[in-house]
Design a binder for this molecule. Sequence first.
Ligand code: NAD
Ligand code: WQD
Length: 340
Amino acid sequence: MSKILVTGGLGYIGSHTVVELINAGYEPVIVDDLSNSNIKILDQITKITGKKPVFHQLDLCDVNGVMSLATAEHDIEGIIHFAAFKAVGESVKLPLKYYRNNIFSLINLLDAYYGKPVNFVFSSSCTVYGQPDHLPVNESAPVKPAQSPYGNTKQIAEEILSDMVASGTNYKVISLRYFNPVGAHDTALIGELPIGVPQNLVPFITQTAIGKREKITVFGDDYNTPDGSCVRDYIHVVDLAKAHVAALKLMSGNDFEGYDVFNIGTGKGNSVLEIIAAFEQTTGEKLNYEIGPRRGGDVEQVWGDVSKSEKQLHWSAGLGIDTMMSSAWEWEKYLSNNPL
Ligand code: NAD
Ligand code: WQD
């Protein structure tokens, strides 16, 4: 069985990916320092799959720790590197926290396995495009100046990976540029676990519906979009998880060499008001929302051209907005009855 090291494997996207790796016959080995996750997610993964993955609690900024990890887990075929901090607003206030964690962890990991034939998947983001000049945005669109230190860590990481591969190593590398991941596993045993007040739209919606928040504010309805609210390409986290399995499969064949990037979205855009309406319609819950001012740093609209992923990764998103909303809601209800 192919062993895959999954850094950040107890986090939101990582945990769903671990489940899909097990479903696809891989043996995931999880590394996480629990800085933004809960150890009970390991039991939840075990409940879903019937298999308990090996888990190492380790901060990837710890150079010696990562070297020891690479000795213990020397026989891996791939790495999926999710571990990073991701709060855009916090990164503006605490840039060094973000540069240190997101860049040091990547370099330590690459150093530790340098020279070995490892297939490496990196969690990048559509944030590298900023506000694109053309929509849907494809992978050859220019990378725009980053709007936050968080976004900059993704741009820098992509450059590090590309330079490293160009220098000649045994790594093959794919950066997946995720659009907006939402939703939860259909068992409702894993999902997004925001610490404190959620910054992202869908957890804010579900927490408002369950009564943890009084109301949700729509950040602006005066954009140049059909209903005035911002438009994003929302993708179900299980579809996103499956894209990682597809990336590993592509790299393990003979048709892929070097470094490449792929958009991972649905190829469709939905506005904030459409998401709210879809949530209300699929769940039957009425949301208390109001229109507020724009949020600084938001791009007006972005959705991805996913034809390259369809052709080369043989992957496409299958789950629609209704499933995204209903699964996020089932997870929120599960959490309120079973606090982790
Ligand atoms: P998450 O915070 O739920 O998961 C990240 C995991 O990494 C957490 O479990 C955390 O404890 C762990 N971690 C962080 N720093 C670590 C370190 N130094 N050593 C070991 N473990 C560490 O986030 P997520 O939403 O699952 O995101 C996963 C990746 O995808 C991140 O790289 C993120 O930047 C990227 N991404 C996320 C989104 C999104 O909207 N969720 C969009 C685009 C890209
Ligand atoms: C979506 C839309 C908000 C909350 C962020 C990161 C990006 C990527 C994905 C990691 C926007 C609106 C939100 C609320 C609202 N992450 N909104 N009220 O900003 O598209 O992307 O997560 O790489 O880098 O920036 O996602 O979920 O925060 O917002 O109206 O309470 O919902 O203005 O239009 P975003 P989001």
